[in-house]
Design a protein around this ligand. Sequence first.
Ligand SMILES: C[S@@+](CC[C@H](N)C(=O)[O-])C[C@H]1O[C@@H](n2cnc3c(N)ncnc32)[C@H](O)[C@@H]1O
Length: 261
Amino acid sequence: MTNQNQTTYSAANIVNYYEQLQLLQPAEKIILERLRPQLSTMDMLDIGVGGGRTTQHFAPLVKSYVGIDYSAAMIEACKRRFEQSQTRFNFSVGDARNMAEFADNSFDFILFSFNGIDYVDHGDRLKIFQEIKRIGRPNCYVLFSSHNLQVMEKGFQWRTKISFNPLNTYTNLVMLALLKLCNLSITQKKLASSKYLIIRDESHNFRLKTYYIRVQDQVLQLEKSFNNVEVYSWQSGLEIKDNHDRALTADEWLYYFCEIR
Ligand SMILES: C[S@@+](CC[C@H](N)C(=O)[O-])C[C@H]1O[C@@H](n2cnc3c(N)ncnc32)[C@H](O)[C@@H]1O
C-alpha cells in the first residue's frame, strides 16, 4: 500500500497540484488562531508537508520550522517555493514511520495535515503515533486530519447518488461503479462492521489506497497516548464535542487536536 501511495505522491502532476495550494482549511485556521499567542516560542514539525500549503501560514510565526515528506519531489517543490526563506525554514525528505533523524522531545507543535497520515496501513499508523509521541515534548500539540469511514459507508450506497438532475445522477452512478470496481472486497456489511478500512477512493483518479476510520474509533485510538482529544469539522472549523454529533457528522474528513501525555 505505502509504496504505491509514495509513488503517486512523487508523480509530477500530483506534486504540481499540491504546490499551487494556498489556503488553510477552516479547522487549521481555528487552531492557528488558538495557538497564535504561543507560536513564537514553538519548535514546529510539519509532517507530509506536500507542496508547502501550510508552510506559508505557520512557518513565519513559529520559533523554528521543519517540513518533512517521504516524497522527494514534494520536498524539492517546497525548496523551490520557499527559496527566499531557506535559512529559516527547513525541508528534508523523511518518513513519519521512522523519524530517527529527530531526537526525543524535539517539538512543541506537530502537524500532519490534509489526511497525510491516511496513506499508510494500520500498523504503520500506530507506529507514526508512537514516533510523534517520542519526538514531541510533554504537552506538545498535535494536529492532523483523517478520512471519515461513516461518510464512506453512505458513499457506497446507490440511493445516495440519485438527484433531481439526471446528468448528476448519471455521473454519480458511474463514479459509484468505479468505486465498487476498485474495491471488490468491500461489501456494505464490511463497511458497517469495520472500525477502519483501507479504500481506493476517487481522489487522484483512484490511484491512492486511503485509510478511513470512524470518528469515535479515532478518538479511542488517540486517547491511549494523548490528552485532551478534540474533534473539528474540516468544513466549518467548528469543534464537534458531542458523541452523537460525532457519529452523524457528514464531514469527509475531520481534524483531531490533542496533546502529548
Ligand atoms: C494529501 S497530501 C497533503 C500535503 C500537504 N500537507 C497539504 O496539506 O497540502 C499528503 C502528503 O503526505 C505525504 N505522506 C504520506 N505518508 C507519509 C509518510 N509516511 N511520511 C511522510 N510523508 C508522508 C505525501 O507524500 C503527501 O505529500
